[in-house]
Write a protein that binds this ligand. Structure first.
Ligand SMILES: Cc1cc2nc3c(=O)[nH]c(=O)nc-3n(C[C@H](O)[C@H](O)[C@H](O)COP(=O)(O)O)c2cc1C
Length: 159
């Protein structure tokens, strides 16, 4: 079973988890980058990123290589934005036919919203259920010993 982790990360938390999951499972990594980067920093990211998430935008992405036929499973990784998926994932999902693939996902958040975001992800994909789900609280900026176990459990479900 060949797995690709497709993720977006504004400030590194999702990337931090994506790399750990890749290391544990041997999955490949694909980082999505919008052509027009979202701002970082204290305020601007919430205004522009929040608006983009609430408006269900599909930002144009920098070009990337994705050989769909090479993968049986996609693991989506994203920061929760306004209780939904970060918009670059929507662009990717709308750009490819992923039917027949196993789909799992992990979300990084500060407090809550991941459950709603998983629901949004399922509906964007047109599927009833994800193979596995993982929620982490800012895993890079707030290191927590419990995260290793949660990530390991998630990876075991993917074996
Ligand atoms: C635009 C925006 C909206 C956010 N909305 C939420 C939210 O609804 N719930 C939450 O718990 N955290 C929210 N956050 C915090 C991020 O989900 C969280 O810090 C995440 O770990 C960041 O991942 P990253 O470093 O990969 O970008 C939001 C952050 C941004 C920039």
């Amino acid at each position: 079973m060949k797995t690709l982790i497709v993720y977006y990360s504004l400030e590194g938390n999702t990337e931090f988890a994506a790399k750990q999951i890749a290391e544990m499972t041997g999955a490949d990594l694909l980082r999505l980058e919008p052509v027009k980067a979202y701002p970082t920093g204290k305020v601007g990211k919430f205004i522009w990123g929040g608006k983009s998430a609430v408006m269900s935008e599909t930002p144009e992405l920098q070009s990337y290589a994705f050989d769909s036929a090479a993968y049986d499973r996609i693991v989506f990784g994203f920061p929760v934005w306004a209780s939904t998926i970060a918009p670059p994932l929507r662009t990717f999902i709308h750009s490819h036919d992923l039917s027949g693939k196993k789909i799992a996902a992990f979300a990084c958040q500060t407090a809550n919203g991941a459950d709603k975001a998983f629901g949004k992800l399922r509906s964007e994909l047109g599927i009833e259920a994800l193979e596995a789900e993982l929620v982490l609280l800012d895993p890079k900026t707030k290191p927590d010993a419990g995260n290793d176990r949660k990530i390991r459990d998630f990876c075991e479900k993917l074996q």
